[in-house]
Structure formats: C-alpha cells, structure tokens
Unconditional design. Sequence first.
Length: 167
Amino acid sequence: MAALSGAFAALARLTVLIAATSLCVLVAVLAWQVFGRYVLNDSPSWTEPVAMTLMSVAALFGAALAVRAESHFAFPTLVESAPAPIRAALKALSRLIALIFGTALAGFGGFLIIDSWDVPMAGAPFPEGVANIGLCGGGALIAIFALERLLFGDPPDPHAGEAATEA
C-alpha cells in the first residue's frame, strides 16, 4: 500500500507540474496574441485555439488536484455536522460520484479526441482532437484521485508536520 500511495503522490506532483506549465504557456500565448494584435497589427490565428486547449488542461488538472485534496464542491457543513457513521457514508458517496464523473469525462473526452482527430483545428496547425486532451486527461486524473480517496480515506493534513517543526 505504501508503494501505491507513493505512486499517487508522484502522479499528483506531475499533475501540478503539467497544470502549472500549462498556465505559464497560456500566459505567453496570450501575451503574444496581444503583441501581435497591437504592436505588429497582425493578430496570429493560432493563439485562441491553443489558449483554449491550455486553459482546459490547467482547469481540469487543477480540478483533479482538488478532488485529491477533497477541496472540490461538496457539502462540508452537512458532512462535518453529521454523526460519524453518516459522515463516512457521505464522504464515500462524494468520492464515488467524483469517480463516476471523472470516468465519464475521460471516456467522452477520449471519444471526442478520436472522433475529431482527422479534422484540422481552425486557425492552428493541430488536429481538432488535441482540444479535448484536457477533458480526457483531467477526467482520468479526477477518477484516479477519487479512487485514491476511496482506498486510503481522508487526505493527509498538509500542515501536520509544522507543529513538530516549530517546537
């Protein structure tokens, strides 16, 4: 189980790296768009579809990290005020719903990638299927991290080691 837990942690670090890189590249692409439009007076056509793809990757990979940290949409007041057995059932239900939705996003995203791979992306030299990589990859990560929460329970407290370090 420790090896599996380590694999989930490594996958989470990779997910953060991909989401952060996507955001940084998104900023650069949009800066080039503004520069091209207002300085060169020649707006590049590829920036909008590339920016949308990068935004999708960043948003859905970020959502997957929120599922792992259990900071996604939930009903925390209801869950935390419920008696312990009901609280456990509500958390399990929330994790199961995230697993189902993540699996659906990954499946439908994969279908969209395959279905539109032969169609050229408007304004960019890529297949249209590339635009759905965030949906498929983010959905898969949501499902994987929801499964992690189902297997291992509550996420570890990220501030747990601070009290021991301060003493």
